[in-house]
Design a binder for this molecule. Structure first.
Ligand code: FAD
Length: 438
């Protein structure tokens, strides 16, 4: 019987699915002791701090994560940042394999003038702010103007735009962070533009998200029907329209044709619009975004040389994520350098967004984890001698173990109950730590 110790870094979907795949791979002659390290005092990664609060069903996957955590071969070390509180070398020398599931949390830059003006932020800040991530609770977001522009053509851009454009009362019974909810209630934003560089047919929004838009109760959603029919014609001209695109184009047609109710709140999609510059006022605050107008030519999108401007006070860029650096780990092009999940020449592996970049849904990380665990099984040799991990933890450092996380989780759920909310998230790091002690 071989008994292996595996460290997993990052308690998001990739981390839990890796633990689950390891638990499923146990047999009569092979067992695993799994230690999961997470830098935050809260678990579940982007299921907690990314997924939109008005999409609660998606978060029920957390039940699967808690089932994994309840297995006797699983230990949680929350509030421990690898690369800071513990060195990666301390893990690689003690564990048979170390699986980095650290995600990608930094927003990609637009690379245009004015990007750093006040009022120009990234979805990588805005999303964790409204979702109660303790690193972003104090972010100041100015919602005093009436117009916001979201740049990007994927579901993250859509989440940002929706949260700004819906009536905040629709969020009252969700787990939106309390500070964000209060701010959204006081918001003057009434018009939200979503701008994509390419055509309607190229957008990465998924059909279920698009089909939900006409159902918004207090917000009119606009898309120029000509842009939709032109996209349809281009797609048809390029050959048979594949199922996924046909479904998206149909969803766009329904949005374009949906009768508008004259709400003062609206969302408007602008395609073939490439941001060129963000201009500011004399106080260094965002005043307008200048867009170049693009045209589709065959398989290419080209600049027509024409421009237009959208006056606004807030710009949110949602054009993708890259991994945050970790001491002792080599990154390349925004991900951990790896070959199918193996970090060559080491006993380090990687799964999830840290491995692939920001693509796929939560379930994608499950198959990814299972594939990488197969590689780990191939590579494992004689188990290392078990060493006590507690000696690596800096003295006096509070660990959020599974029991402490359960206390935080239960306290949040209990606080939400009288208000009909799934939970009230605690967004202060010290308060989270003290909840873990109670
Ligand atoms: C705004 C947004 C909305 C989304 N909505 C949906 C949706 O509705 N449906 C859907 O299917 N998918 C959605 N996704 C995608 C989904 O969230 C991801 O596929 C998934 O979370 C990626 O999992 P991961 O474990 O790789 O990364 P993450 O979920 O980011 O988890 C990484 C974890 O690692 C921790 N960590 C990082 N560095 C360290 C370190 N040095 N030491 C210890 N811990 C560390 C982080 O704190 C985090 O908890 C959304 C993503 C975003 C950004």
């Amino acid at each position: 019987m071989a008994h292996y110790s595996i460290a997993i870094v990052g308690a998001g979907p990739a981390g839990y699915f890796t633990a689950q795949a390891l638990q499923n791979a146990q047999s009569e002659d092979r067992t695993f002791a799994i230690d999961l390290f997470e830098r935050l005092p809260t678990m579940w990664g982007l299921v907690r701090s990314g997924v939109a609060p008005d999409h609660p069903k998606i978060k029920t996957v957390a039940k699967v994560f808690e089932k994994v955590a309840a297995e006797p071969n699983f230990r949680l070390f929350g509030n421990i940042e690898i690369g800071k509180d513990i060195d990666i070398e301390d893990l690689t020398s003690r564990y048979d394999a170390v699986v980095m599931c650290t995600g990608s949390a930094i927003g990609r830059k637009l690379g245009i003038p004015g990007e750093d003006l006040i009022g120009s932020i990234s979805a990588a800040e805005f999303v964790p702010w409204y979702n109660g991530h303790p690193d972003y609770a104090d972010l100041e977001i100015d919602l005093s103007g009436d117009t916001a522009v979201v740049i990007g053509a994927g579901n993250v851009a859509m989440d940002c735009a929706r949260i700004l454009a819906i009536n905040p009362s629709e969020l009252d019974t969700t787990d939106t962070a309390e500070h964000a909810l209060a701010h959204l209630h006081a918001s003057n934003i009434r018009k939200v533009y979503i701008a994509g560089r390419r055509g309607v047919e190229h957008a990465a929004f998924t059909a279920p998200e698009l089909r939900d838009l006409p159902k918004l109760e207090h917000t009119d959603v606009h898309i120029d029907s000509q842009q939709v029919s032109e996209a349809h014609a281009r797609a048809e001209a390029a050959g048979e329209i594949e199922k996924h695109l046909a479904s998206n184009l149909e969803a766009w047609r329904l949005i374009a044709e949906h009768p508008k109710s004259g709400h003062d709140r609206s969302m408007e999609f602008r395609f073939l619009s490439a941001p060129k510059e963000i201009k500011g006022d004399e106080n260094g605050k965002v005043r307008e975004v200048i867009f170049g107008i693009n045209r589709v030519e065959g398989s290419k999108v080209v600049d027509t040389g024409e421009t237009y401007s959208i006056p606004c006070s807030l710009v949110i860029s949602a054009i993708g994520y890259q991994a945050a650096p970790i001491n002792g780990v080599y990154f390349h092009n925004g991900i951990i350098e790896n070959e199918n999940g193996r970090v060559l020449g080491t006993n380090i592996y990687t799964v999830g967004w840290a491995k692939r970049g920001p693509s796929g849904v939560i379930g994608t990380n499950k198959s990814d984890a299972s594939d990488v665990v197969d590689l780990i099984l191939e590579d494992l040799k004689e188990p290392k001698e078990t060493m006590d991990i507690s000696m690596l933890i800096p003295s006096g450092h509070q660990i959020i173990d599974q029991a402490a996380w359960a206390k935080i989780n239960n306290a949040e759920i209990a606080a939400g109950e009288p208000l009909g909310k799934p939970r009230i998230k605690e967004a202060s790091w010290p308060k989270l730590l003290s909840l873990g002690l109670n």
